[in-house]
Ligand binder design. Structure first.
Ligand code: HEM
Length: 488
């Protein structure tokens, strides 16, 4: 009898010691080294040893309530809007208010990109997310000039419009389709044309398929074991690199031979660029930059186009208002004019509110990563040198104090513009270079959709998945139907 008590006491003590160790191992690894600075860290907790808060992050984002992840910090540690955590293997500070997010994004002296190793391995060590400040500035200027500004946008407008018209026509004859999958193919075709002047159907299919797998790995745990998302994503990256290498080889061959050069696209610009010492980019650099651009340039606009269509279709009042605006544009159009102009797109005031509202509710980029180059003070809290700052856009856009009833789709709320409290494209020197192009692409699609089509979803109340990006789990299965009259 006595020995049972001894075993129970030993077991109890063992559990207590184990619990103490488990609770403190991250403190010991990351916080104890900070000496007095540890006392000015933001509130929060570092979760389980090694995996940190990833388990609760993934559990929340795989449930129907992704925001429970941060509300649990709020309910346990108060409304400071800034919390310490251990995310993607790194000690981190999550910033959730518009002011603190902007502070981090616009302070290049104290912050540098801080993406998790897994993201860098997948998107590329030589892409924008991992290169030096100066190199980024130079290559960003070079590449963004071909997608920004009126001249570039008007150059792509006709191509985008022609492809939107033919795709909608084709889909309306296909019966049941995964609407999201087809929109992603369309936005991919557009970005391939802009960057590579390429339309080879089979290359596009291959690339697009690999990108889908790649993106599943970007927000997953870095477990390189067969069967896990990250392992599959690494394989997808390898395949993407092989395809891009063949595209670069082909382009170099074309340029060296006697075949006439095509109009200058992004690939040509990257092959031609030289730094002040005459150094050109090598294939690896060109491939990583292209891989990053093509990914950023189709996933986001594809998803937002799908959601904007979805929201309009499910909100008859806004559908009607948006449609009337488009009909008015057509009414005012000179009979000799064919197709949309940038001037007409600028007149789509309500449609742009629909797009902004969709980007707010969905917040395609839920978080971006920075790393503190030195100890930084934000709102009285320290982000220690070497720690990550996670700029959590989702909390800014779904904050009920800024956007009452935040989950409701209400484009009219944009009658009052929220300066500084809306960051769908980020801010600072890393602000999305494709923002105007993306909005134009979405507007052109919605223009034709509203005027001539409707979407009949199989499951309008289909559950939503939040990782890697917010989407209905059936990829918006349904039929695109041609409307017989101009009213809904
Ligand atoms: C609705 C569509 C889009 C959304 C919501 C979006 C969102 C964002 C956000 C939030 C960032 C900032 C990342 C950071 O701060 O680290 C970003 C960066 C970027 N985006 Fe977009 N984007 C969209 C469309 C596009 C398009 C169409 C392109 C290409 C043509 C593009 C190319 C890029 C690139 C290359 C970067 C990295 C910029 C840099 O590091 O300097 N994006 N995007």
């Amino acid at each position: 009898m006595g020995s049972i008590w001894v075993v129970l006491v030993v077991l109890g003590c063992g559990i207590l010691v184990l619990r103490y160790l488990l609770k403190n191992v991250n403190w010991w690894l990351y916080e104890s080294k900070l000496s007095v600075k540890q006392y000015s860290l933001p509130p929060g907790d570092m979760g389980w040893p090694f995996i940190g808060n990833m388990w609760s992050f993934l559990r929340a984002f795989k449930s129907s309530d992704p925001d429970s992840f941060l509300s649990s910090f709020r309910s346990r540690y108060g409304d400071s809007g800034i919390y310490k955590a251990l995310m993607f293997g790194n000690p981190s500070v999550i910033v959730t208010t518009p002011e603190s997010c902007k502070k981090v994004l616009t302070d290049d002296d104290n912050f540098t990109p801080g993406w998790p190793i897994s993201t860098i391995e997948l998107i590329g060590k030589k892409s924008f997310i991992a290169m030096s400040y100066e190199e980024h500035k130079r290559l960003r200027r070079l590449t963004s000039s071909s997608i920004n500004g009126m001249e570039s946008l008007s150059m792509y407008l006709t191509y985008i419009e022609e492809n939107v018209i033919s795709s909608l026509e084709k889909w309306s004859n296909m019966g049941e389709i995964e609407f999201l999958t087809h929109i992603r193919k369309l936005t991919f075709k557009i970005i391939m044309h802009i960057f590579l002047s390429s339309e080879s159907e089979h290359v596009m299919e291959d690339l697009e398929r690999e990108y889908t797998t790649l993106n599943y790995g970007v927000r997953a745990m870095r477990i390189n074991v067969p069967g896990f998302a990250y392992h599959k994503a690494l394989k997808a990256r390898k395949n993407l690199v092989i395809i891009f290498q063949s595209i670069v080889d082909e382009r170099r061959k074309l340029r060296d031979g006697y075949i006439p050069k095509k109009s200058k696209d992004m690939m040509d610009a990257l092959i031609d660029v030289e730094d002040e010492y005459g150094r050109k980019l090598d294939d690896e650099e060109i491939i990583d930059i292209m891989l990053m651009y093509l990914n950023a340039g189709h996933e986001s606009s594809g998803h937002i186009t799908m959601w904007a269509t979805f929201f309009l279709q499910n909100h008859p009042k806004y559908h009607q208002k948006a449609k009337e605006e488009q009909e008015e544009i057509i009414r005012k159009r000179p009979s000799t004019q064919k197709g949309l102009t940038l001037k007409e797109i600028r007149q789509m005031g309500f449609l742009y509110k629909v797009i902004d509202e969709t980007m707010r509710v969905i917040t395609f980029s839920l978080v971006v990563f920075r790393e503190a180059k030195s100890d930084v003070n934000i709102n009285g809290y320290t982000i220690p040198k070497g720690w990550k700052a996670l700029v959590w856009f989702r909390s800014v856009h779904l904050n009920p104090e800024i956007y009452p009833n935040p989950k409701e789709f209400n484009p009219d709320r944009w009658d009052e513009h929220k300066v500084g409290e809306f960051l769908p494209f980020g801010a600072g020197t890393r602000l999305c270079p494709g923002n105007d192009l993306a909005k134009m692409e979405i507007a052109v699609f919605l223009h034709h959709f509203l005027l001539h089509y409707r979407l009949e979803q199989n499951n309008p109340n289909c559950p939503v998945r939040y990782l890697p990006h917010t989407r209905p789990i059936d990829n918006c299965l349904g039929r695109v139907k041609k409307c017989s009259s101009t009213s809904m």
